[in-house]
Structure formats: C-alpha cells, structure tokens
Ligand binder design. Structure first.
Ligand SMILES: N[C@@H](CCC(=O)N[C@@H](CS)C(=O)NCC(=O)O)C(=O)O
Length: 255
C-alpha cells in the first residue's frame, strides 16, 4: 500500500491546504507534526525548514500547489486540477498564492500591536503546543516571534504595504467572491479543485479553533454558500489542528 506522510504544523496555511487536498481525495495519510522552533528535528532530511513537505512512498516534495499536481499523478481520481481547466486554475491559483495566502501574514508585518493581536498569537502558540509542546517562555513571546520570523519578512517584500490592512482585507474579500461568482466552485467550475481547498481551511479554521468569534467571510452570502458546498466534501475537522483544541464546530459556524 502507498504510504503518504504530510510534515508540517497546522498553523501554516500551506500545510492546511495540502491537508485538504489529501482529505478531499480520501487518501489515507499520516500527519507528522513539525516544531517550527526546531524543524530540523523532523524535516532535517529536506535540507530546508520549509513546510509543508509531502512524502509518497519515500519520495518527498515541497510546495503546496505542486503537491496538488503530484497527487493527481499518483491518485488520479477526484482530480485537483483537471487538465481541461488547467489554464484557468493556474491563473486563479496565482491570485491565491500572491494575494489571498500572503494576506494572512500581513498583520504581523505592520499591524498595530493590539491586545487582539497578542491573544491571537498566544492562541496560535497553544494550537502548536497541542502537537509539539513549546516551552512557556517561547509561548509567551510568540507575538514577537511572529513579527520577527524571517520567512514572514520575505513575504513582506512581495506585498504592497502602501495599501492599508482594512483596504487589503476588503479587496481580497471582493476578489474572492468574484472568483466564486455563480459557482458552484472557484473559477465557476462544476466540481471542487485545488483552488477551493487552498482557500477553504484558511477561512474557517480561526472560528473552529478560538481565533475568531464568527466565520467573518461567511457574512457574504456568496462566500457562505460556497463554504457550505466545499465543507460537504471534507471531514468535520479538515484543518490538521488537534481535535482536542476545537472550540466551535464548522457545522455550527455555517448554519
Ligand atoms: N510556497 C510555499 C510556501 C510555504 C511556506 O512559506 N511555509 C512557511 C510556513 S507558513 C514555512 O515553512 N516557513 C518557515 C521557513 O520557510 O523556514 C508552499 O506553497 O508550500
């Protein structure tokens, strides 16, 4: 039987994305948690500190979007990128990578040092600790650690920091709704693809794991209807965060 492993921490949107690819395809896999403060211990074999790492029968690869294509080669049923839609999928995937996913890291770059930011960062450290326990001292300084993370500083160079954070969030919400359009799935496609699974877990996980009170994006009727459709293809917790840390159900958030 094919052995599939996904190395990474669930606080990474890219790890959650590859995780949803696997869940959608119904592939049996092992999630191997990685401690972001000591990644070498588990993924030292890659020569890098980057997650996610997907391993299939001893061969491993980086890059979440590349994982979708590799999984389609290895497990063709339920394609994440059907060849007939490849051009459209690549175009929207570039928007997801260069706008939607990057925007998740904006707040630690130049957001104000509010109590809300600190609570969020501390909760992220708690969610990590459920898999790879972090020392109390490290957890306490997680807000500062996020602001100083070298890979987040690299991401900052790819963003337009002239645009205010509220304007960026508003623009990305509008662009997401436009990419869904009449649906039923992103790109107006008739079945879910890698695009839906790249976005979906990021929109819902904060509600499920104590980072936000509401699924904020679900305030938009087009996005809410799309979230319900995508959720129907995934397990109740498709995020890779430990079940024990769940505080609100996805089903409840989408009522
Ligand atoms: N383009 C990559 C981005 C992966 C990425 O940036 N992962 C972050 C975690 S969110 C990471 O591993 N950062 C630590 C590092 O690069 O050392 C992908 O899609 O897989």
């Amino acid at each position: 039987m094919t052995e599939v492993k996904l190395y990474g921490y669930a606080t990474s949107p890219y790890v959650r994305k590859t995780g949803c690819f696997l869940y959608y395809k119904g592939i049996d896999f092992t999630h191997v948690p990685v401690d972001p403060t000591n990644p070498d211990k588990v993924i030292g074999f890659t020569g890098k500190t980057q997650v996610p790492v997907l391993e299939i029968d001893g061969e491993w690869r980086h890059e979440s979007s590349a994982h979708a294509h590799w999984l389609d080669e290895m497990f063709p049923s339920k394609p994440l990128c059907p060849p007939e839609h490849r051009a459209k999928i690549e175009e929207i995937d570039a928007w997801i990578s260069n706008n939607f996913l990057l925007s998740i890291f904006r707040y630690p770059i130049d957001g104000p040092d509010t109590l809300q930011f600190r609570y969020r960062a501390w909760r992220l450290a708690a969610l990590l600790s459920a898999h790879t326990p972090l020392p109390e001292e490290v957890r306490h300084h997680w807000p500062e650690a996020l602001r100083e993370a070298p890979f987040i500083k690299v991401m900052a160079r790819q963003m337009n920091l002239e645009e205010s954070i509220p304007d960026m969030q508003m623009r990305i919400g509008i662009e997401l709704a436009a990419h869904i359009g009449e649906g039923p799935y992103l790109g107006r496609l008739s079945a879910p693809t890698m695009l839906d699974f790249a976005v979906f877990p990021q929109v819902v996980w904060g509600y499920m794991f104590g980072l936000e009170e509401q699924i904020t994006a679900a305030a938009h009727p087009t996005i809410k209807a799309w979230l319900k459709r995508v959720a129907s293809h995934l397990p109740p917790n498709p995020t890779l965060v430990a079940d024990s840390m769940m505080v609100q159900s996805l089903e409840g958030g989408l009522k």
